[in-house]
Design a protein around this ligand. Structure first.
Ligand code: HEC
Ligand code: HEC
Ligand code: HEC
Length: 120
């Protein structure tokens, strides 16, 4: 009788553990799906500037083979506006300028390229 009771408690504990890990797994999947939808695929971010609004297209960057980890979080944090981005920093090779330097991608400082990021 004592042994059966013990077995029962262990059984209940096992079930509780299973339910807990299932609940955790569901949470992880939900959080991950929410994040994956946030920028790419297909989300654009916009910053208004005196030179015309800048449009950042997550899909255009993903299509060039860039992964989340290429930008997050070593270059950008994962919240629009959390980094104070300026043209001066970009031209010094920071933020967008980490790639838009004429080597990895078109150079931000070239007068011919302003309109590729800034749309009137
Ligand atoms: C080429 C660079 C780049 C890549 C690659 C990239 N992001 Fe971003 N992401 C940005 C920039 C820039 C911002 C805005 C940061 C800021 O304003 O400080 C941003 C912002 C975000 C935000 C916040 C959006 C908001 O509205 O506040 C999320 C979430 C995000 N990225 C998720 C991802 C995920 C997930 C991936 C991969 C599937 C990814 N990003 C790939 C550059 C990138
Ligand atoms: C690779 C994309 C890109 C290119 C190319 C680019 N810019 Fe920008 N520019 C930005 C971003 C991003 C910001 C910051 C927006 C914010 O945070 O408000 C910015 C901001 C600015 C601002 C606002 C003030 C400041 O200094 O931050 C001006 C003016 C500006 N750019 C002018 C130019 C001119 C002129 C060119 C061409 C010589 C150019 N930009 C090319 C992305 C670009
Ligand atoms: C990790 C590298 C990386 C960063 C950081 C990055 N880009 Fe790019 N970007 C690229 C590459 C690679 C391309 C495609 C090659 C090219 O067009 O020169 C590209 C292309 C673009 C294009 C052309 C998209 C199209 O439709 O063809 C725009 C506009 C642009 N980037 C804006 C930005 C802005 C604005 C930022 C900063 C908020 C930024 N990028 C940050 C790598 C980057």
């Amino acid at each position: 009788m004592i042994q059966a009771g013990f077995g029962n408690t262990a059984g209940r504990r096992k079930t509780a553990t299973r339910i807990l890990s299932l609940a955790l797994a569901v949470c992880v999947v939900t959080v991950f799906a929410g994040t994956a939808l946030a920028v790419p695929p297909g989300k654009t971010l916009e910053w208004p500037t005196p030179a015309g609004k800048v449009i950042f297209d997550g899909k255009a960057h993903a299509d060039k083979g860039l992964k989340c980890g290429d930008c997050h979080t070593k270059i950008f944090r994962m919240k629009q506006g959390s980094d104070k981005i300026t043209m001066g920093d970009i031209n010094k090779g920071r933020f967008c300028g980490e790639c838009h330097n004429g080597e990895k991608a078109f150079k931000a400082g070239d007068a011919a390229n302003c309109g590729r990021c800034h749309k009137k």
